[in-house]
Design a protein around this ligand. Structure first.
Ligand SMILES: [Zn+2]
Length: 216
């Protein structure tokens, strides 16, 4: 992900609440904080990065040795990771898109987000459609634009190419149903491999350091 592009402008003063527009606010909670805490956007992202890094470093959740079984709750825990990472994209689009456009980084943001959403859709990683509502229109446009461009049904994964929302403005919004093109059963190892490839986990792991902020 590309939070690093806006990190300097995403401050406690400018973004005192982790939000995605006026209708969606997110509090932070993890295993250490049972009661959700109201935090600023940069605090939320900081908590999230450290929490995700902890998940990635947990070899019970992401085994590094062959033959080690995945935990029974592997799928739901990966869903939680992606549900939370989506909120960072939602915050960037709603609060910092003007800066992203000014920096000429909008195609990069859109490409990263589309890649993220294809993975989400392929493995049903954010099953609650309400979680996607802050960016639902954009999601529909991105998928529909690809469906037209590649003459491919909406449910089929396609190549990821840079896009700009300006190019998409004339595209009629499509309907993406929550259950479109989903696998009948999750292949945990396949998802694990895709997740590593998508997020650079393989290279991030083993260093024992903090996950680089710009990369989700
Ligand atoms: Zn912000």
């Amino acid at each position: 992900m590309v939070y690093g592009i806006v990190a300097e402008s995403c401050t406690h003063a400018g973004c005192p609440v982790m939000c995605a527009g006026p209708n969606y606010e997110y509090a932070w909670a993890d295993g250490l904080n049972t009661r959700p805490m109201a935090v600023s956007a940069p605090q939320y992202v900081g908590f999230l990065m450290r929490w995700v890094q902890g998940q990635l470093d947990d070899e019970r959740l992401f085994p590094t040795q062959p033959g080690i079984p995945f935990l029974p709750d592997f799928y739901s825990r990966v869903q939680t990771i992606f549900r939370r990472l989506f909120r960072v994209y939602a915050h960037i689009y709603h609060s910092h898109l003007e800066l992203v456009v000014a920096l000429g980084a909008e195609p990069h943001l859109n490409t990263c987000f589309k890649h993220f959403m294809y993975l989400v859709r392929e493995f049903d990683l954010i099953p609650n459609p309400k979680e996607l509502e802050p960016l639902q229109t954009l999601i529909n446009q991105l998928f529909h634009h690809d469906a037209i461009k590649y003459n491919t049904p909406l449910g089929v994964t396609m190549a990821i190419v840079p896009e700009t929302t300006a190019n998409l403005s004339s595209v009629q919004a499509a309907t993406m149903t929550a259950n479109e093109s989903r696998p009948n059963a999750l292949a945990a190892d396949q998802l694990d491999a895709s997740l590593r490839a998508t997020n650079g986990i393989a290279s991030a792991r083993g260093r024992g350091g903090v996950l680089p902020v710009p990369i989700l």
